[in-house]
Design a protein around this ligand. Structure first.
Ligand SMILES: Cc1ncc(COP(=O)(O)O)c(C=O)c1O
Length: 339
């Protein structure tokens, strides 16, 4: 039997509608700005996110790297939560590609607060490097898919403005936050300088992310993308799937969230298991007395794929390619194993 793959929502496969749209996509040379499908995707993403312009990039990692590069100068610091993707899973991209340093703080659920921002602002001294950018992550992956609400984001943005900092949002799963809160994606990024969103996770597109910002910043981002080797030619083949993702795949994320809650409840019944809050499609559980890699191996033997985030932390992620029945079966297996 096919294993139930709960390692990540990045394992999702493109839908039949995406494959059809890819086969039929009208394309051109996007480095000349002549790919009509890429242009449509960028315009639509900008509209959905409430910005003047957007840029299609190959991955979320490149999108974050470009956003950080255009919003900072060499020697700056970036205020970031210590478990954020940009510092945990994107190598030393901040320092290698932008010449900046992370200033890491620990925040509950992964979400920085206005106090974190104010603490990073003062006191200044000529021998201290300055924070220039605040990088948020919504939802927060290692925080357990946790959501930062509109008011909380607005409070951070206001504190950042007061301190003279810019704000970037790693919104790889901004769609999940928007569905969980019942607010528009644009409401979650109002007033920030740039946002990166992914099409390739819960939305099931095979490849691709976008950065949205002002027109001027997107022109800088286009130069930075080229510098990193990310100028793509007939990329409309990929953008076509991205358009299907944006237009049709967002509301169904609610199903993934319901499945995650079900898994979270099953895990919570386990002995010595502490489950973090399940806001969206990610369930993070800390295991007492049982190494997470051993639990992952035991689950694999029983046909369930999960991830160990560290020695004690287990992560399960729901997505379109695991059905309700799959999740029920996985929940029963997890419960039995951890009883
Ligand atoms: C929060 C977050 N940001 C950025 C990324 C990077 O996206 P990609 O894998 O497309 O480079 C990921 C990937 O899982 C992520 O979870």
């Amino acid at each position: 039997m096919k294993p139930i793959d709960l390692r990540s929502d990045t394992v999702t496969l493109p839908t039949p509608e995406m494959r059809r749209a890819m086969a039929e996509a009208e394309v051109g040379d996007d480095v000349y700005g002549e790919d009509p499908t890429v242009n449509r995707l960028e315009a639509r993403a900008a509209e959905i996110l409430g910005f003047e312009a957007a840029l299609f990039v190959p991955s979320g990692t490149m999108g974050n790297a470009i956003a950080i590069r255009i919003l900072t100068a060499r020697g700056d610091e970036v205020l970031v939560e210590r478990r954020s993707h940009v510092v945990r899973y994107e190598l030393s991209g901040l320092s290698v590609l932008s010449g900046v340093m992370p200033r890491m703080v620990e925040a509950p659920g992964g979400h920085l607060t206005p106090d974190d921002v104010r603490a990073a602002a003062a006191p200044r001294a000529y021998y201290k490097s300055d924070v220039r950018l605040v990088a948020l992550e919504n939802t927060h992956n290692l925080g357990g898919g946790t959501v930062q609400g509109v008011e909380e984001v607005q409070a951070v943005v206001a504190a950042a403005r007061e301190a003279g900092f810019r704000v970037h949002v790693d919104g790889a799963r901004l769609w999940n936050a928007s569905v969980a809160l019942g607010v528009s994606p644009a409401a979650l990024v109002r007033g920030v300088d740039a946002v990166m969103v992914c099409l390739s996770k819960g939305l099931c597109a095979p490849v691709g992310s976008l950065i949205a910002a002002s027109r001027e910043r997107i022109e800088e981002a286009r130069r930075a993308r080229k510098l990193l080797g990310g100028g793509m030619r007939q990329a409309g083949i990929l953008a076509a799937a991205g358009l299907v993702a944006l237009e049709t795949m967002i509301p169904r994320l609610a199903e993934d969230h319901a499945h995650a809650r079900q898994l979270g409840e099953a895990l919570g019944r386990g002995r010595g298991v502490e489950v973090g809050p399940v806001h969206t499609n990610i369930v993070v559980a800390s295991l007492e007395g049982r190494p997470a890699p051993a639990v992952v191996a035991a689950l694999r033997e029983r046909g369930v794929l999960a991830s160990a985030m560290d020695a004690r932390t287990l992560r399960l992620v729901t997505h379109r390619d695991v059905s309700r029945e799959d999740c029920e079966r996985a929940a029963a297996i997890v419960e039995e194993l951890l009883a």
